[in-house]
Write a protein that binds this ligand. Structure first.
Ligand code: HEC
Ligand SMILES: [Cu+2]
Length: 303
């Protein structure tokens, strides 16, 4: 039996070190203040014979000390925490992307090969993972305590969190954002399996892959009518779009990631590519989260 949670991801112990360091620091400060209060209360109680003459009215060095020391400590904690925080969002490029959708009151996950699951998330041990989060209704928060990760799913956009599971086992998955009546029951489990067992698990079910479904949608929804090389409409070539640096009409430059591709499809007027007319229609309301994930995976894989 342990009184701590297992540390089951690559970032878990760095979060723990930070947490225990802050706990120790605030504990020491609280203890010191408490002891001083008790000491002064006894020493300067009414009627004590403590020396009250020649009280100093100012001390420059004391003031420097109690101003600069906390500043140094707080900035140090800030820098430390920022380094840990950045690890949630940066990582190896070969990470496996999983689309997870929050919905009152469940988590729906979809793997690249099309395998879907609800309130369960199977992951291979040691494989870097990127979870692309979205929601069909209100804000939810994807929380796996054993991994020390928590990330909000926000309406109308993708949010992302990355980690590598480092311990096989079954761990709790919760929703950590109050999201209505059954919020407390919204959750399930994350199952971290050996890579071979995971590969076997992934093959069960006969769904077609996200990329191939996306390719079909690309034709069905009329995207190919404009974006195909032989189209009469002047539209950008989408081959190799993912990760490309895109220059926009208004002078901004950004890198095409999932969030950008999503916005390009749902809010095409927002980021108009330089040199093109804003003629692309919005597909808001015509694609559900699963279809969007399929289209985006297809676009990621077109070369
Ligand atoms: C009526 C023609 C038309 C249709 C239909 C259309 N697009 Fe577009 N698309 C454009 C044009 C023109 C642009 C460039 C201007 C802009 O950014 O809005 C563009 C831009 C994009 C971009 C950004 C490209 C870049 O280089 O950054 C993506 C991604 C995209 N479209 C995907 C799609 C998808 C997916 C569909 C189908 C769901 C689709 N488009 C349907 C005309 C179209
Ligand atoms: Cu929720």
């Amino acid at each position: 039996m342990t009184w701590t949670l297992p540390a089951a991801s690559d970032i878990a112990s760095s979060v723990d070190y930070l947490f225990y360091a802050m706990l120790a620091l605030t504990g020491v400060v609280a203890l010191a203040i408490t002891l001083l209060i008790i000491f002064f209360a006894i020493r300067y109680r009414a009627g004590s014979d403590a020396d009250r003459s020649n009280v100093p009215t100012s001390s420059r060095w004391l003031e420097y000390g109690w101003t600069l020391t906390p500043i140094a400590i707080f900035l140090g904690i800030f820098a430390w925490a920022a380094v840990v925080y950045a690890r949630f969002y940066t990582g190896p490029a070969d990470a496996m992307t999983i689309f997870v959708v929050g919905k009152q009151w469940m988590w729906k996950a979809e793997h690249a090969n099309g395998r879907r699951e609800i309130d369960e998330l199977h992951l291979p041990l040691g494989q870097p993972v990127r979870v692309m989060l979205s929601t069909e209704d209100v804000i939810h928060s994807f929380f796996v305590p054993a991994f020390r990760i928590k990330q909000d799913a926000v309406p109308g956009r993708y949010t992302m969190i990355r980690f590598t599971p480092t311990r096989a086992g079954t761990y709790w998955l919760h929703c950590a954002e109050y999201c209505g009546t059954d919020h407390a029951r919204m959750g399930g489990r994350v199952v971290v399996m050996a890579p071979a067992a995971f590969a076997q698990w992934l093959q069960q079910g006969d769904s077609s892959s996200l990329a191939s479904r996306g390719g079909e949608l690309f034709r069905q929804k009329g995207c190919s009518g404009c974006h195909a090389a032989n189209s009469t409409v002047h539209a950008p070539d989408l081959a190799g779009i993912y990760g490309r640096v895109v220059h926009l009409n208004d002078g901004r430059t950004l890198v095409a990631d999932e969030a950008y591709l999503r916005d390009s499809i749902l809010l095409p007027k927002r980021d108009v590519v330089a040199g093109y007319e804003p003629v692309m229609p919005s597909f808001q309301g015509q694609l559900d989260e699963s279809e969007l994930a399929a289209l985006i995976t297809f676009l990621k894989e077109t070369r």
